[in-house]
Design a protein around this ligand. Structure first.
Ligand code: NAD
Length: 718
């Protein structure tokens, strides 16, 4: 029997293609070439997948660029005179898929995730993926996979069953450029001759299947297929690419990568292979140096970093969470409960009155039914999830929960009653969490005899949708409690960021400064629509005044009233335009009027002359001569207010690191991903320039932003 040499990729956790792995492949291949007994080669991944692509441990190091590069490895595979078969299971992503495309044959287990996710880091596949994939799977499927970055299951890329061949693949990954939701409809039924990624789908043992395939290929004397020698087949490639480019450009407004992906794939059609590769490299290099890609890569690493707590090492024991209880079935309680039901964890909700409980459970059901209508949930799943949610009026029914999350009114007295009761009834070791937005978690912990078990779990509204979870670490919160909550966050698919105790924690403490600047801008000369438009054009999902109208201006009002009482300096400094608006009962969308007016049942903000007059009159009353303010000043003052407070939050140790501040803003506050978060953005602008602007505004820049002498701080705010 012919000998088949097996090269195994082994670099846990995902067989990243680090330097040692690349070198190993080239050496293994050379040895196989040199050994006359070896007739074919199989490359397979150890562990749970083939390869996840580049080794992120090498990002930004010399090793990443050291030879052999991935391109060189792929060239060596392609040039092999002995057949090379890639045997794929689990994942073949990014460079992993590009490596497989350099092989002569590919076999896979069903269920493997195959994709080129580089676009999600603001890049494009830079080791031939944009040139080889369309030559194999066809132009449209390749554009979809590369532009969306979404993986496709291997069985969808395997051999097409005979009767289904022509036009059977309407199911490629939809084009969903990181920024938007868009699916490029199929334009053509032709997939090109033999347009399939896998030569065979293996049932059973992958290695055995791959070895058998290699032997068959040898026995049948199958010609060695070099992907580079194939042509991209499409009946109207030019028309399709134009359409793809326009569609992608419209959706991925602020991100250059998706369009560059289309341009790179276009080169696979219009240029000879090697020139196409050069074009791919050129486009890749431009993207690599773009601020957008830097932001996306920053966010990628920031998310990983946020999960780490300096003094709570990995491996810290966690407490099992098999049953959760919620106190309060209001806006937050209902949304939070859904997270646990979605993750298969039973959750009991406690209310004071049957009526409130019924209302809360009714809203949860209607939320799930809306998903059912949109086709995002099946009836069976809906029933299963509702089955995991129960309601009660009796603390006895929740006493055995492993975690209880309180989401009652934002009032320390009410929280005290609840926590004293929880202390009395909950089993020993239960984690007692509060969803408070502004109250002192240490004070809440002190209402119990077990402050070590108390922690803040600050979800954002709507809690079943928003990714962010601020985990508020009290002075006495036990390490295993923190470790448990961080692990649980992953399970319910939240991005958890640890915050220390302070008024507003990380996110709301910063937003107060941002909103404060927006208020000053109104008092000094802007109208709401100018401030909102400037911020939205810059990239915020929603301008600050529309945000207030959505969240309810009365919430900020009650917080301000408390702060006025606590802090005379703040009471003097704060812009009063918000109070003037609230005094008119204009709480926002819920009252049909706020900074804008709203037609019944609509969310479209309509500028309102009443507000314009209110603002202009208010400026006069406080003795401010209104002036024309540029969009640039609006953006700088609002964003740098976030930066300054973010820096102080890091200095005080409330946030563990600057990138945590960015994660909070990217996942909880609609901060534009392509700007990478306020702290990253400040670095991009250059701290010198940011600090100079702060001095121009008369602010005190946070110490960590500057080594310059601190300014006078005579300006308004921040
Ligand atoms: P909500 O008024 O919608 O709901 C509060 C619920 O708690 C009501 O259903 C009420 O009947 C119930 N309740 C009150 N006292 C109770 C008690 N003693 N026992 C049992 N149930 C009781 O309020 P919400 O917006 O859901 O806010 C709840 C908490 O979440 C507050 O601490 C708030 O600051 C915080 N929070 C709110 C948001 C938001 O955007 N709404 C965001 C993050 C955090």
């Amino acid at each position: 029997m012919s000998e088949v040499r097996v090269i195994t990729l082994e670099n846990p956790p995902v067989n990243g293609l680090g330097h040692a792995v690349r070198k190993g492949i080239v050496e293994g291949l050379a040895a196989a070439q040199a050994d006359p007994a070896v007739k074919a080669v199989v490359i397979i991944g150890a562990g749970s997948g083939f390869s996840g692509g580049a080794d992120i441990k090498e990002f930004g190091t010399d090793k990443m660029l050291a030879e052999p590069t991935l391109g060189q490895v792929i060239r060596a595979l392609e040039a092999s005179t002995k057949p090379v078969v890639a045997a794929i299971h689990g994942i073949a992503l990014g460079g992993g898929l590009e490596l497989a495309l350099g092989c002569h044959f590919r076999v896979a287990l069903p269920g493997a995730k195959i994709g080129l996710p580089e676009v999600k880091l603001g890049l494009l596949p830079g080791a031939g993926g944009t040139q080889r994939l369309p030559r194999v799977v066809g132009l449209e499927a390749a554009v979809n996979m590369i532009v969306s970055g979404e993986p496709v299951l291997s069985e969808k890329l395997g051999p097409v069953p005979e009767p289904a061949k022509a036009g059977a693949r309407g199911d490629e990954a939809p084009v969903t450029p990181a920024a938007g939701q868009l699916s490029l409809p199929r334009q053509s039924s032709s997939r090109g001759a033999g347009a399939q990624l896998f030569d065979e789908l293996v049932e059973g043992d992958l290695l055995e299947g791959a070895l058998a395939f290699a032997r068959r290929a040898l026995a049948e004397k199958r010609p060695l297929v070099k992907v580079r020698d194939r042509k991209v087949e499409h009946e109207n490639a030019e028309g399709y690419l134009k359409f793809a480019r326009n569609t992608v450009q419209a959706v991925a407004k602020n991100l250059p990568a998706p369009v560059a992906c289309v341009d790179a794939v276009a080169a696979s059609v219009s240029l000879p292979f090697d020139e196409g590769l050069r074009k791919e490299r050129e486009l890749f290099t431009v993207l690599m140096g773009s601020p957008e890609s830097r932001s996306l890569r920053h966010a990628f690493f920031a998310e990983r970093a946020a999960g780490k707590v300096a003094d709570v090492p990995e491996g810290t024991p966690t407490r099992p969470i098999k049953k959760v209880a919620m106190i309060g079935a209001g806006t937050m309680g209902g949304g939070i409960a859904m997270n646990f039901a979605n993750a298969g964890i039973p959750v009991a909700i406690l209310e004071m009155k049957q009526e409130a409980l019924d209302r809360g459970l009714g809203i949860i059901r209607r939320n799930y039914e809306a998903s059912l209508k949109k086709g995002k949930l099946t009836q069976a799943k809906l029933d299963e999830r509702m089955g995991l949610i129960s309601g009660t009026l009796d603390y006895k029914d929740i006493a055995d929960a492993d975690l209880v999350i309180e989401a009652v009114f934002e009032d320390l007295g009410v929280k005290e009653t609840v926590f004293r009761k929880l202390d009395e009834v909950m089993k020993p070791g239960a984690i007692l969490a509060t969803n408070t937005s502004t109250l002192d978690v240490d004070k809440i912990a002190a209402f119990t005899r077990r402050p070590q078990d108390v922690v803040g779990m600050h979800f954002f509204s709507p809690a079943n949708v928003m990714k962010l979870l601020e985990v508020v670490r009290g002075e006495k919160t036990a390490k295993d409690v923190l470790a448990t909550v961080m692990a649980l966050a992953k399970k319910i698919r939240k991005t958890a960021v640890v915050s220390g105790v302070c008024d507003g924690f990380i996110g709301n403490r910063m937003i107060a400064k941002y909103v404060e600047q927006a208020g000053y801008l109104l008092e000094e000369g802007c109208l709401p629509q100018q401030v909102d438009k400037a911020m939205e054009k810059w990239g915020m999902a929603m301008g600050p005044l529309r945000m207030g109208d959505l969240a309810g201006n009365d919430i900020g009002w009650s917080i301000r009233k408390r702060r006025y009482a606590e802090d005379a300096e703040y009471a003097k400094r704060a812009p009063k335009i918000y109070d003037r608006l609230c005094e008119l009962g204009r709480f926002g969308q819920k009252t049909g009027a706020g900074f804008y007016k709203y037609e019944a049942g609509k969310r479209e903000p309509i500028p309102d002359p009443v507000v314009e007059k209110l603002i202009v009159d208010h400026s006069r009353e406080i003795g401010v001569t209104r002036r024309k303010i540029s969009d640039q000043e609006i953006v700088e003052r609002c964003v740098y207010a976030l930066v300054n407070e973010g820096a102080r939050i890091v200095e005080e140790g409330i946030a563990q690191r600057a990138s945590d501040v960015d994660m909070v803003y990217l996942t909880g506050y609609g901060f534009p991903l392509h700007r990478g978060g306020p702290m990253h953005y400040a670095n991009e602008v250059g701290l010198g320039e940011v600090v100079a602007a702060m001095h121009r505004f008369g602010w005190d820049p946070a110490r960590s932003l500057t080594s310059l002498p601190l300014g006078g701080g005579s300006g308004r705010g921040s």
